[in-house]
Every structure is written in C-alpha cells, then in structure tokens.
Design a protein around this ligand. Sequence first.
Ligand SMILES: Nc1ncnc2c1ncn2[C@@H]1O[C@H](COP(=O)(O)OP(=O)(O)OP(=O)(O)O)[C@@H](O)[C@H]1O
Length: 274
Amino acid sequence: MSETCNLNCGSCSEDCAERKADPQDFREELHAMSSVKKVIGIVSGKGGVGKSLVTSLLAVTMNRMGYQSAILDADITGPSIPKAFGLKGKAPVTEMGVMPVTTKTGIDVMSINLLLEKETDPVVWRGPILANTVKQFWQDVIWRDIDYMFVDMPPGTGDVPLTVFQSIALDGIIVVTSPQELVSMIVEKAVKMAEMMKVPILGLVENMSYFRCPDNGKEYQIFGESHIEEVAAKHHLDVLAKMPIDPLISEHCDRGSIEEYEAQWLYPVARIIE
Ligand SMILES: Nc1ncnc2c1ncn2[C@@H]1O[C@H](COP(=O)(O)OP(=O)(O)OP(=O)(O)O)[C@@H](O)[C@H]1O
C-alpha cells in the first residue's frame, strides 16, 4: 500500500495488493428511441420450473394494473413466451430498428421465435452468439415507453446467463424454484451471481408448490415438502409467492391465451416491484 493511500482505488494508479478490483461496467446502451423505466430479470436453476410462466404472468399482472409492460425473451434456446401469448407474426424490421410484437392486451414482446423463419427451427448456436442475440434484443429493439420490462433469463448460472446479466441493466431479479429441485444450492448460486453483478434479489417464487383438489379443497404437495421458507431465511430473502399446480395454466399456455389467466398470487409481487 502506498504511504499516501486514501483507500480510493479509483483515483490511484498503484497496482498494490490492497487494490480492490474495479467492477467493470459491461452494460449496453438501449436503442436511442427506447425508454424503459424498470427491468426485472427472472431466473431459475434449471429449465422447466416455470420461469417463462412467471415472467409472462408478471407482465400480464403489471399490464392489468395499468402499466405498459414488456417481455425480453432471453431464453434463446427454449423460447416459450410467444406460444403462451399466441403470437404468430414476425417482428417488423425497420430502418431504425426492430419493433417488438404486441400481444392482444398490449404487452410488447421480443423473442427469437418472432424472428426465425419457422418457429420449430432449433437454435443450435454457441454461447457467444446466444449472448449477442440477447444484447441485440436490448440494443436494437425499439422499446417505447415501457414501465416494466421482464427478462426471461436463460436457465442456469453458466456463461450465457452471466453475459446477459452483465449486458442488461437489471434493477432486480426474482428467482423461480420448484419444490423438487435442490433449492438450497440453486438459491445460493443465484445469490452469489446477483452479488457479483451487484443486482438485488427481490425474492423467491415457488412454482408448482401444491395442488388444491377441486373436490375437497385440500392442498397436496405433489412434488414433496417445500423447504423454500428455510432457504429464504438463510439468505435473508423473502418468499414472494407460492403458485399451485393448476391444469388451467398449462391449458392457457398451450392455447396461447395466458393473458386470460388470473394469477392472484402475483399481485403482492407486482406491488413489491412497483
Ligand atoms: N403452476 C403450474 N401449473 C401447471 N402447469 C405449469 C405450471 N407452471 C408451469 N407449467 C407448465 O410447465 C411448462 C414449463 O413451464 P415454463 O416454460 O414456464 O418453464 P421454464 O422454467 O421457463 O422452462 P424453460 O427454461 O425450459 O423454458 C409449461 O408448459 C407450463 O404450461
């Protein structure tokens, strides 16, 4: 350490042992015509736990509350957002940039399936190209007057989600888990990643938490006992919602009518984001 050290590494060029690594800012600029007030990333430890569903329903809930919401589908290899909203058209490409596709109730969406020739074409791209595509969704799409953007993050904590984390200016993240996962490990990884990126975790949402029998009203924990409360307490996080298994959800996702589904559990989450 230099004798004149004032503990402010930003104003000093000495390469001493005490030097704190300068967190580099890799965040990309939005398109000049875009305006997005708040960006929330939805993450999960693995695929299939309902990350895209929670992303879709949060955008729907915010939209119902009178906000202009948007979804950036960063899950390039498993883009399920357009199907849930029944979006078939292609995103218009203009000289100024790419326009998102708007759903029936007015949510702006960008997803790789809105650009591919055939939505059934598999995306077999390597990590850097996947990450670059997401950057383009952020930079080259014209996101007009968006109050809340929800980013359906690539699953896991590998190279692609890390790059997405670094390039998009997230205001917070929500971690989606399901009871049968190794919740403790997944949450720990998400917490570490969020700390590295200096993005606050807003809380946890447990999906497929229970099933309420329509015949007797009893709740059954189909995927086993939930440990979400203990895990959340260990990391000083809140459990924002516990969503049941509801066959109506999959029906709406398959029919492309997710905007008609009333997810009452997500209103408290929406109020935290607000
Ligand atoms: N609570 C639920 N009740 C009934 N079906 C559900 C529920 N949550 C999710 N599903 C169904 O499970 C499937 C997977 O959900 P979803 O696509 O949201 O998962 P994901 O975590 O985003 O997966 P991936 O990362 O692989 O895209 C969907 O078809 C959805 O209809």
